[in-house]
Design a protein around this ligand. Structure first.
Ligand code: NAD
Length: 338
C-alpha cells in the first residue's frame, strides 16, 4: 500500500532532494517548511508553509494517517553561522522545539516510524584535534564534548528520540550526516558550507586572482554528495533491524586547502589560495576564525556492516557536479545585475 509521509525541512537542501526521491519511489509526500525550496519547485504532493515551532499549526498536518516522518528541519548553517557563537540561543531553542513537537505529534498521531537527521557535530572535540587522524566511529560519542552548541542540541535531540522509542514504541532511525553537498544547496549569504563557498569563490574569481580560505587550510573534512545521502536515509528507513545512530558520510578525507585546489583545477582557472588566519582574520571580520574542529572524517564501518552501504561517488566527480551548478548561479546573477 502507498505510504503517506511527512518531510520536515522540505524547503531545505537535503529535504528537497529527499522529497524528489520519495516521490520517485511512489510515496505520497507532504513537505513542510517555513519556506519553499529556493532553486526549484518542490516535488511534494502537498507543500505546507508552517513554522514547526508552533505546535498548534504543526498538529494540523496530521489530518490523515501518516506512516513515516522524516525530520530534517533545523536552524542551521555553515561555520560562519554555527561557530561564531552569535546564533547559539536561536540554534538551540528553535531546533529543540521542532524536535519536541515532532516527537509529541508522532506519539499522539501514532506515527510508527520517524527519521531524525543528526550530525557529525555530536562527536567530541578531543577526538578531532589531530587533522590526520580524527576519530568519529559511532561509539566514540561519549564522554560528550561537541565543539558547538549546534552539536549539543543534536546530541540532546538524538537522546530524546531514543527515549520516545523506549517509552512510546515509535521506531526511531537516527543518521549522523557528515558535510553534505551538491546542487541546490545554499551557496551564498553566510549559511553555505565549505564546498559551496569554495565553488562560489572560484566561480567568481578571474585568472590571476586569489581566493580567501578560512584558517590555515590544514583542517580536514570529508564531504558526501546529496544523492548518496538520500540513498543512505532510505536504506536506514527500510532496514528491518537496524536503527542507528549511524554515520552517513564519506570517508574520503581531504584538507580544506586540497579542496580549494581541487575546485580550482575543476574550473580550469589560474587562481591562488590565500589562507586567512588569526589576527588578520579578526581584523577583517571582527571575531575569531570559525573553522570548527581540526579534523573530521566519517567512519563507515558500522553503516557498511549493517546496511551494506558505502558511498561510491568520488569527491572529484561530486565537486565537478556542484561547481557546474554554482557556476551557473554566479553567472546568471552577474547577468541579472549587469
Ligand atoms: P537546510 O538549512 O537547507 O534545511 C533545513 C530546513 O529547515 C530549511 O529549509 C529551514 O527553512 C527549515 N526550518 C528551519 N526552521 C524551521 C521551522 N521553525 N519550521 C519549519 N522549517 C524550518 O539544511 P540541510 O543541509 O538540508 O540540513 C537538513 C538537516 O540535516 C538539518 O537538520 C541539519 O542539521 C542536518 N545536517 C546537515 C548537514 C549538511 O552538511 N548539510 C550536516 C549535518 C547535519
Amino acid at each position: 500500500m502507498r505510504k503517506n509521509v511527512i518531510v520536515c525541512g522540505a524547503g531545505g537542501f537535503i529535504g528537497s532532494h529527499l522529497v524528489r526521491r520519495l516521490k520517485n519511489d511512489g510515496y505520497w509526500v507532504r513537505g513542510v517548511d517555513i519556506k519553499h525550496p529556493e532553486f526549484s519547485e518542490s516535488a511534494a504532493d502537498d507543500f505546507v508553509i508552517c513554522d514547526l515551532r508552533d505546535q498548534h499549526k504543526y498538529k494540523k498536518l496530521f489530518d490523515r494517517q501518516i506512516d513515516e516522518v522524516y525530520q530534517l528541519a533545523a536552524d542551521m548553517g555553515g561555520a560562519g553561522y554555527l561557530f561564531t557563537g552569535e546564533n547559539d540561543a536561536d540554534v538551540m531553542h528553535n531546533s529543540a522545539l521542532i524536535n519536541l513537537n515532532t516527537l509529541d505529534n508522532c506519539r499522539e498521531f501514532k506515527v510508527p516510524k520517524v527519521f531524525y537527521s543528526s550530525s557529525a557535530c555530536v562527536y567530541p572535540e578531543y577526538n578531532q584535534m589531530d587533522p590526520t587522524n580524527p576519530k568519529c566511529s559511532e561509539d566514540t560519542v561519549y564522554p560528550a564534548e561537541p565543539d558547538s552548541e549546534y552539536g549539543w542540541e543534536k546530541l540532546f535531540s538524538e537522546r530524546m528520540y531514543l527515549t520516545y522509542e523506549k517509552n512510546h514504541g515509535i521506531n526511531v532511525k537516527v543518521g549522523r550526516f557528515h558535510n553534505i553537498y551538491g546542487p541546490e544547496g545554499t551557496w551564498e549569504g553566510g549559511k553555505e558550507k565549505a564546498p559551496a563557498a569554495m565553488c562560489r569563490k572560484v566561480a567568481m574569481a578571474k585568472d590571476g586572482d586569489s581566493i580567501e580560505v578560512w584558517g590555515d587550510g590544514k583542517q580536514t573534512r570529508s564531504f558526501l554528495h546529496v544523492e548518496q545521502c538520500v540513498e543512505a536515509i532510505i536504506r536506514l528507513m527500510n532496514s528491518k533491524n537496524f536503527n542507528g545512530p549511524v554515520n552517513i558520510g564519506s570517508d574520503e578525507m581531504i584538507s580544506i586547502n586540497e579542496l580549494a585546489e581541487m575546485t580550482i583545477k575543476i574550473s580550469g582557472k589560474n587562481i591562488s589560495v590565500n589562507n586567512l588566519v588569526g589576527d588578520e582574520f579578526e581584523k577583517k571580520y571582527g571575531h575569531r576564525c570559525p573553522i570548527g574542529v581540526n579534523g573530521r572524517n566519517s567512519d563507515n564501518a558500522l553503516i557498511s556492516k549493517e546496511l551494506g552501504w558505502s558511498p561510491h561517488y568520488p569527491l572529484k566527480d561530486g565537486m565537478s557536479n556542484a561547481f557546474e551548478w554554482i557556476n551557473k548561479q554566479v553567472q546568471s546573477n552577474k547577468t541579472e545585475s549587469a
